[in-house]
Design a protein around this ligand. Structure first.
Ligand SMILES: Nc1ncnc2c1ncn2[C@@H]1O[C@H](COP(=O)(O)OP(=O)(O)OP(=O)(O)O)[C@@H](O)[C@H]1O
Ligand SMILES: [Mg+2]
Ligand SMILES: [Zn+2]
Length: 509
């Protein structure tokens, strides 16, 4: 027999096999038992959550001669047997997505008057009903207004906002919700037990998380793992098959980012490249981990819905407890933006690295917390006298060295401390100038400036240690030194006057 995919093989045939959606099943089951059946239903909700499956069960249930206790079709009686044949004439499935449906709906309108062939009710299941054209909706409306006694409509859609109000008001509406991790784990257990495959529980949780609330998506991923895994379906193999990074690795890199540890973050990134993880996958998983951290920090007992392993949850909580919300928020913003941009970029790897650098950057923390911290640092400096003297103010005080000399001195110090800064500073040498206690560093182009700005705090810290009276480090693009007036004019015209800073002695000419 040809292989049948798990989600088709495990389409529920009775209500008790439908996972989640308890509120819907209960109402439908009660209606069936009391015979109080409506003539038009609307099933809405995300994809793969059971709309079509429940519609099919209900269509057979209303007709079954000896229904089960919960109202489900028995599957044994003559009617059930007849209706399980896809070619039967009483359960009619119309796919509104395949054409915009005018002909089908007109056809339907002409045919509803005929009595069902074997069953009590003729049931029309109109899938993806939001795809109907305006004309088709109008044709449908006529029939919905006064359907014959023997007709039931079940309209299904993922996009309820596209359904005209006139249709909505004539239907009894049921909202199918996304399935929880626990529910998806149960679904997977049933499926793997059903095909006789052994599994690790953690493997099921990883699959359920990847399925994002959709039963169909979860079973499709499970299908892939069934083929991929040898022997027992293990956590390790599932992680590999799905191409996701190990949560430990993701937590490590996210922690480094939140700590502003560029060095460790870039090393972790390279580990992931080496494992062959995709750029967009890495980005998505860092974002998901940031969300976990935010929940673990702000909601007591968050693991009730995060469903991390207890060991992992403890580690996430520990990371969360050492970091302020503002930093988590900053990193989330950077990575959400990245996710939107990645699909358009021809340099996704560079984009990811830029995002990591940017998320690490603490100087961009303009939240109340961040500003208060910086004020406090300034107060401390004021108190310990760092602001007390100006360059060249005292008699006989040593003159300050030139900007270039200061840069040379401190760079030597900085690169010994921090490997990531070393990489950057080895590659780019600026022209420097000291003016009014501000150290200006001019780099060749805007991009270099951006890159260097990510480590400017580290550099400035080193400058301050040696030269406490330097109040600021400014990194910018163009410096004009030793140029003639005519040349300076030309450059100003080229790059815009306000970006040109003239330093030192220019030659005459
Ligand atoms: N609630 C559920 N319980 C058990 N299995 C489910 C459930 N929902 C979906 N499935 C599984 O997913 C498959 C597809 O489900 P179904 O066609 O009912 O989803 P749907 O909501 O109609 O999706 P779509 O919006 O894409 O049409 C089913 O065959 C079944 O294997
Ligand atoms: Mg469907
Ligand atoms: Zn039956």
């Amino acid at each position: 027999m040809a292989y049948q995919s798990l989600y088709r093989r495990f389409r529920p045939q009775t209500f008790d096999k439908v996972i989640g959606q308890g509120h819907i099943i209960r109402t439908l089951s009660n209606q069936l038992k009391s015979g109080n059946i409506s003539h038009a239903y609307l099933f809405t909700g995300s994809r793969g959550t059971g709309k079509t499956s429940v519609a099919k069960i209900f269509a057979r249930a209303v007709n079954c001669v000896s229904p089960l206790k919960d109202g489900s079709p028995c599957g044994e009686c003559d009617v059930c047997k007849e209706l399980s044949n896809p070619a039967n004439l009483d359960i009619l499935e119309i796919d509104a997505a395949s054409n915009n449906g005018v002909d089908e709906i007109r056809n339907l309108r002409d045919n509803v008057k005929y009595m069902p062939a074997v069953a009590k009710y003729k049931v029309y299941i109109v899938d993806e009903v939001h795809m109907l054209s305006a004309a088709a909706f109008n044709a449908l409306l006529k029939t919905l207004e006064e359907p014959p006694e023997h007709v039931i409509f079940i309209l299904a859609t993922t996009e309820v906002q596209k359904i005209p109000a006139t249709i909505l008001s004539r239907c009894m509406r049921f909202d199918f919700r996304l399935l929880t991790i626990d529910e998806l784990v149960k679904l997977l257990m049933n499926a793997f037990d059903g095909i006789g495959r052994k599994y690790e529980h953690d493997a099921l949780v990883a699959l359920a998380q990847a399925g994002q609330g959709s039963a169909r998506d979860t079973l499709s991923l499970a299908d892939m793992c069934v083929s991929y895994c040898e022997g027992e379906i293990s956590y390790e193999q599932v992680i590999d098959a799905l191409g996701i990074c190990s949560p430990e690795l993701i937590l490590n890199i996210t922690d480094s980012i939140l700590q502003g540890n560029v060095d460790a973050a870039l090393y972790a990134l390279n580990d992931m490249y080496e494992q062959g993880k995709s750029i967009s996958g890495i980005s998505r998983e860092i974002t998901a981990m940031l969300s976990n951290i935010s929940y673990a920090k702000n909601c007591v007992g968050a693991n009730a819905f995060l469903k991390l392993t207890s060991d992992m949850y403890e580690r996430v909580r520990k990371v969360a407890s050492n970091i302020e919300n503002a930093k988590i928020l900053h990193a989330m913003e950077v990575f959400c933006y990245l996710d939107g941009e990645l699909r358009y970029s021809s340099l996704p790897k560079v984009m990811l690295e830029m995002a990591v650098l940017k998320a690490c950057e603490i100087s961009s923390d303009f939240t109340q917390d961040g500003i208060l911290k910086r004020i406090k640092a300034l107060e401390e400096r004021a108190n310990n006298g760092s602001f007390m003297f100006e360059a060249g103010s005292g008699e006989g005080e040593k003159p300050m060295p030139s900007g270039d000399k200061i840069w040379g001195e401190i760079i030597h110090e900085v690169i010994n401390e921090n490997a990531s800064v070393r990489v950057l500073l080895d590659s780019y040498t600026p022209v420097c100038e000291l003016k009014d206690n501000v150290l200006y560093a001019y780099f060749a182009d805007e991009n270099t400036c951006k890159v260097i700005s990510t480590v400017s705090d580290t550099i400035f810290d080193a400058v301050k240690r040696r030269y406490p009276n330097i109040t600021e480090l400014k990194i910018s693009t163009i410096s004009v030194r030793t140029k003639t007036d005519a040349e300076i004019e030309k450059i100003k015209n080229l790059v815009g006057g306000n970006r040109v800073i003239i330093t030192g002695g220019k030659t005459n000419g």
